[in-house]
Design a protein around this ligand. Structure first.
Ligand code: R5P
Length: 319
């Protein structure tokens, strides 16, 4: 049976039902029916309430906060779908948690993102659809196909509107230089790079800046923000170097309360992000602009289902 002849099923885990509903709406399908419960001791119970035998099953679950619960739920959904004889199972993970633990940079630490890749595959995933991984080489941790989308084409039109002339895209650390380069090309902006050192899990030091920011609008870009330490330390250095305005653009907004407080007290004018994870900052700040990834995720699912090419969706330099 080829993939096109398989029936399409889209299911949501409990991490981000709104995004799953928006994706299903874009696809013109109903979300599938699945029972999700907890046993009194916290164990997760999953049962698909419809026949998915032979089907092309997509399970949408960003592995954001609480990551361990969301990963375990996804694993059990994959296992249940595999045992229900689904024809092909794609784990749609708009935000892939644990991605920052992608190398052994200290003695006796885990490479947790490789472990997560292994267990997703062991649980029954045949493919992965994800967006803006912390590092692209994480794709290689999987021995199944990974389709890696970018938030950039969704963000560009809005960023272009708010940046104005003479903008400069800033990589807040060495890990984001490639991404910043793509943004600067697409937005016709300059490029600057900050040297960052993490002092502990919530604090960073931004010591050096390479690039000209004086009198210019700076756009700090990154894959994610959590405590806003990176963004705020970057903003302070940019102001010291004469930046006129500082805006941030982040693919995955994991801001916790400390992050929101730091953002509110900072000179960052606006934080532009996506709905890859649920919005947990509603009512706490008016600095965040959220743009939806549902149309691009839906288009990717449509093409995967139809056996079409996704390459035009991978183009980060689309202007
Ligand atoms: C790190 O390499 C990531 O790309 C982000 O820069 C970092 O995780 C942001 O974390 P925080 O907002 O807590 O500084």
């Amino acid at each position: 049976m080829n993939d096109k002849s398989r029936e399409l099923f889209v299911f949501s885990g409990s991490a981000h039902p709104k995004l799953a509903r928006d994706i299903a709406e874009q696809l013109g399908v109903m979300l599938g029916n699945v029972k999700m419960e907890h046993f009194p001791d916290g164990e997760i119970f999953i049962q698909f309430l419809q026949n998915i035998r032979g089907g092309d099953v997509f399970i949408i679950q960003p592995t954001c906060y609480p990551p361990n619960e969301n990963i375990m739920e996804l694993l059990i959904m994959l296992d249940a779908a595999m045992r229900a004889s689904a024809g092909r199972i794609t784990a749609v993970i708009p935000y892939f948690g644990y991605a920052r633990q992608d190398r052994k940079d200290k003695p006796r630490v885990a490479i947790a993102s490789k472990l997560v890749a292994n267990i997703l595959t062991a649980a029954g995933a045949d493919r992965i659809l994800t967006m803006d991984l912390h590092a692209q080489q994480i794709m290689g941790f999987f021995d199944i196909p990974v389709d890696h989308l970018y938030a950039a084409p969704i963000l560009y039109p809005y960023l272009r509107k708010i940046l104005g002339e003479n903008a400069v895209v800033v990589a807040p650390d060495s890990g984001s230089v490639k991404m910043a380069h793509a943004y600067s090309n697409a937005l016709g902006a300059g490029l600057a790079v900050i040297a960052k050192r993490r002092t502990d899990s919530v604090s960073v030091e931004c010591s050096h800046l390479v690039g000209d920011v004086a009198g210019r609008t700076c756009l700090i870009i990154d894959d994610l923000t959590s405590t806003a330490g990176t963004l705020v330390a970057g903003e302070q250095l940019l102001r010291k170097e004469g930046a006129k305005r500082v805006i941030a653009s982040i693919s995955h907004c994991l801001l916790n309360d400390l992050g929101v407080e730091r953002l509110n007290n900072s000179g960052i004018e606006e934080l532009v992000t996506t709905d890859s994870v649920p919005e947990i900052t509603t009512g706490k700040t008016n600095k965040i602009k959220v743009l939806s990834i549902a149309p691009v995720m839906a288009e990717a699912i449509r093409r995967i289902h139809a056996g079409g090419s996704l390459s035009s969706l991978f183009n980060t330099s689309v202007k």
